[in-house]
Ligand binder design. Structure first.
Ligand code: ZN
Length: 221
């Protein structure tokens, strides 16, 4: 049995992150006996086939034959490598990872990543609030209603609306002390060779990451 540092970190993270909470953030789960069940996100499921075992801290879909622990779940759900899943879950669990190893990030890089994730989360919230409340988003709300997209789905998938004003996000970013350079790095601001920078229109259709954070466009290297 391995007792090296990687093993310890993995075990620490496993102790800190409950698989029912983790899976439950992206898949609504219902308790049935000792297990939790939900609709499998990897196939067109109606039964529900995704089973989560809180005692063994495992999940499995018997139709897709996919299963494993919290790390496997994040790998599959976010389509990332084991190493990336480890980083995501370590951050969530507050377990420090040894730095400087191949594939690992330096403390500076981690700070930068955190800053980008926070900015992406902030921007997502701006677009989401805009879709929910702003007068200029009324045509978008009508459009979604006409397409049969319920308010519940707007909330659940955190859909957003970007008004057709190039500096809409930029003005808000200034007020929130988020620099144009940060917006550029997460792909929300496009530098122009001449003239002022332009905000890129943005509509979110994706789900949140397994750790509850939005995906930061362009933040992944
Ligand atoms: Zn499945």
């Amino acid at each position: 049995m391995s007792t090296g540092p990687a093993f310890d970190v993995k075990e620490q993270i496993k102790r800190a992150v409950d698989i029912v909470d983790l899976v439950g953030e992206s898949v609504p789960l219902r308790r049935e006996g000792r297990a939790y069940k939900g609709l499998c996100p990897w196939h067109d499921d109606s039964r529900p086939s995704l089973h989560v075992n809180p005692e063994r801290q495992t999940f499995r879909c018997f139709v897709c034959n996919i299963g494993g622990d919290i790390f496997t779940f994040v790998e599959k759900r976010e389509n990332v490598t084991f190493r990336e899943a480890l980083v995501i879950l370590a951050e969530r669990a507050g377990v420090p990872l040894a730095l400087g190893r191949p594939g690992g990030a330096s403390a500076e890089e981690s700070d930068e990543r955190r800053k980008l994730f926070q900015a992406a989360a902030w921007a997502e919230q701006q677009f989401h609030d805009c879709l929910l409340k702003a007068a200029e988003a009324e045509p978008a709300r009508r459009y979604l209603r006409a397409r049969g997209i319920s308010d519940e789905s707007i909330l659940r998938y955190h859909l957003g609306f970007a008004p057709n004003e190039w500096d809409w996000l930029l003005k808000r970013a200034r007020a929130a002390s988020i620099s144009p350079a940060t917006l550029e790095k997460i792909g929300l601001l496009r530098p122009r060779p001449q003239g002022p920078a332009r905000c890129r229109p943005w509509r979110r259709h994706g789900r949140r990451r397994a750790d509850g954070r939005p995906r930061a466009a362009g933040a992944r290297r």
